[in-house]
Design a protein. Structure first.
Length: 226
């Protein structure tokens, strides 16, 4: 299994305290290299491949999940991404959408997505992070600290947590990216493919309602680029 080569050891990490200054990942985009830092976390590390022969181990479905053909990548393989990178991508999406960041990005980077797609993407990311936080249900105790002698207190967020080796995950994700041939491949769903209907999808793309397949490049539908 390819995932077993990732170092999943734990280490102790002390989280940051509440403060009134920006971190390396929260500074305003006009002030430095915040976007490069998020990119370096692996938010766009891309897809990797899992051989079809190993798909049953992960509950993959040959009809429901996209498969890269043998003639392109050497053996039939599922197109897969890591959820940790998806969640970081979503957190970065929310950062960009914050009211004090959004205008700068619109003026300096533009955007290709419609308002409806932008809202759907942002809502998805908010829900995905909510689901993950609730799934983890971290029960670390947060005692309170004194801020001044007038009775102002705040939670002490500088607590120790047991964390997996994220650097190892990121290095693995980059080292195992889909080959270039796969990234430029145009996907057409076969006759046995089970299409997934997304709630509200045809409201935004009514012209696709009667199509039997959806062309895709590099595992992403064209309309999803923002």
């Amino acid at each position: 299994s390819p995932i077993r080569t990732i170092d999943r050891s734990f280490h102790t990490e002390t989280f940051n305290a509440f403060n009134y200054t920006s971190s390396r990942y929260t500074e305003h985009p006009s002030e430095g290299d915040v976007d490069a830092r998020w990119d370096a976390l692996g938010v766009d590390s891309g897809h990797f491949l899992v051989p079809v022969s190993e798909g049953d181990k992960y509950g993959f479905d040959k009809n429901r999940h996209v498969i890269m053909p043998e003639e392109v990548v050497g053996q039939e393989s599922y197109i897969v991404s890591l959820d940790v990178m998806h969640h970081l991508h979503c957190l970065d999406t929310l950062r960009i959408a914050l009211w004090y960041n959004r205008e700068w990005y619109l003026e300096n980077t533009g955007g290709h997505a419609s308002h409806a797609v932008h809202v759907a993407h942002t809502n998805h990311c908010l829900d995905a992070i909510r689901e993950r936080i609730m799934c983890l249900s971290d029960v670390t105790f947060l005692p309170s600290i004194w801020i001044d002698r007038e009775g102002w207190i705040l939670p002490d967020f500088e607590r120790e947590h047991k964390c997996h080796n994220f650097d190892a995950v990121r290095e693995w994700a980059y080292a195992n990216q889909m080959p270039e041939a796969g990234r430029n491949y145009t996907f057409i769903a076969g006759p046995d493919a089970e299409l997934t209907t997304l709630p509200g999808f045809y409201d935004e793309y009514p012209e696709r309602k009667n199509k039997d397949h959806m062309p895709m490049v590099g595992g992403e539908e064209h309309h999803q680029h923002q």
